[in-house]
Write a protein that binds this ligand. Structure first.
Ligand code: SAM
Length: 179
């Protein structure tokens, strides 16, 4: 069985081609961004921390098909003018960084709502959720509440979670736009 991170990449790959545009809403240390630039035409990446943008640009040194933007993801429509087919949010705080700077549920929900309205048909949005820290716990609850009420005629919503691991390991939700 695939780990949550492996599965997040596998499900993106299943839906995306080398002609597609993708968004990484939380670039962090650039692992997800690297995966995307290797699999799609162009990637827009966002992070509120300069250090995360820098770490990501360093990781992408051999690629040109991306733009890293030091701004909150809720403003993504100020930068992304094309339609997009794939999105990843890897929530929480920067590994080895300041744990106090982490995604906030109100911003995440506002951004997700915009993403789902603009996502191409048959496009995929993947969210890796860390409910093991305090903000993450609340974020997980509110996100799932929001996702459960999405109309099943318009979106498929999948949850992928290991249920026998200790310490609230990360889990994944994936939303596919049907029409
Ligand atoms: N995807 C990353 C990787 O592959 O290394 C890991 C991302 S890390 C778990 C979460 C990141 O979200 C942090 O770098 C943090 O600065 C960023 N972040 C928090 N709030 C944000 C926001 N409103 N807009 C964009 N990035 C945000």
């Amino acid at each position: 069985m695939k780990s949550v991170i492996e599965y997040s990449h596998a499900i993106l790959k299943e839906h995306l081609t080398s002609n597609d545009i993708a968004l990484d809403m939380t670039v962090g240390n650039g692992h997800d961004t690297l995966f995307l630039v290797q699999n799609v035409k162009f990637v827009y990446g966002f992070d509120i921390q300069k250090i995360a943008c820098l770490n990501t640009k360093n990781r992408l040194a051999n690629y040109q098909n991306y733009q890293i933007i030091n701004d909150s993801h809720e403003n993504f429509l100020n930068y992304v003018r094309e339609t997009f087919k794939g999105v990843i949010f890897n929530l929480g705080y920067l590994p080895k960084g300041n744990k106090e700077i982490c995604t906030q549920v109100s911003t995440t929900l506002k951004t997700l709502d915009l993403v789902l309205k603009h996502l191409e048909t048959q496009g995929i949005c993947v969210i890796v959720i860390y409910s093991g820290h305090q903000e993450g716990y609340q974020e997980a609850i509110e996100l799932e509440e929001y996702l459960r009420q999405l109309d099943q005629k318009e979106y498929d919503v999948l949850k992928y979670q290991y249920i026998n691991q200790i310490n609230n390991p990360p889990y994944l939700v994936a939303i596919r736009r049907k029409k």
